[in-house]
Write a new protein. Structure first.
Length: 217
């Protein structure tokens, strides 16, 4: 029950902060024009709110893309929660640093608010795997580490939730988070080039990175 409430808090905050729409738009920009079908992988799916939103977003009248989503996570309880949110999607128990998928086997990959859980070595492995598995690229999104961000998240989680996990994990996530310049250094270490990987700050206290393989530029 406590974990389910925590995941619901995350989904609600994503909606309030405009995160879901931001990520959907960033993903669509990676697809070639006139795409009719799409297989998207959500790594570290957590609340599984983004996959549902992306399916609706791509099915809209302006796009009309038939989208299939694979939601992946390591934690069994999170996977059980995701199955309830995405009854018609594939739920995959997998470590993003060693994906059980062939190269170029999915069109797009999303990884949101997961990188801060990883050490730099594992973060490099994650970036390398996402580049290997995706045909058209990936979107990476997370918090930015700063003292002001810690204070802001402490206030936000206190006034929006009574859940112990939400109040504890929010500020802790910011303390563990990478800054944009650090993310770029990780990407270079993973073999991604300056022309294929871009990272930018997103207000408040967040960043968004995109990768598009050379073959798609």
């Amino acid at each position: 029950m406590e974990l389910a409430e925590n995941l619901a808090d995350i989904a609600r905050l994503n909606r309030l902060m405009g995160t879901t729409q931001l990520l959907c738009r960033a993903m669509i920009k990676l697809l070639p024009l006139n795409t009719q079908t799409c297989i998207a992988l959500d790594l570290g799916t957590g609340a599984a709110d983004w996959p549902s939103a992306f399916i609706r977003f791509t099915a809209g009248q302006s796009l009309r893309i038939d989208t299939q989503v694979i939601a992946a996570d390591l934690h069994p309880a999170v996977l059980d929660y995701a199955r309830k949110q995405l009854p018609d999607s594939l739920i995959l128990g997998a470590d993003g640093t060693h994906l059980p998928l062939r190269s170029n086997s999915v069109d797009l990959i999303m990884c949101a608010q997961t990188l801060h859980h990883l050490t730099p070595v594992r973060a490099v492995d994650l970036l390398r795997e996402m580049a290997r598995v995706s045909r058209f690229g990936f979107v990476l999104f997370d918090l930015t580490r700063s003292r002001l961000a810690v204070t802001a998240v402490q206030i936000l989680t206190t006034i929006t939730s009574r859940n112990r996990l939400t109040r504890h994990d929010g500020p802790l996530s910011v303390r563990r988070a990478y800054q944009p310049k650090e993310v770029y250094a990780l990407a270079i270490a993973a073999g991604l080039s300056q022309s294929t990987f871009h990272v930018r700050a997103v207000r408040p206290f967040r960043w968004l990175a995109t990768y598009r393989p050379l073959s798609q530029i």
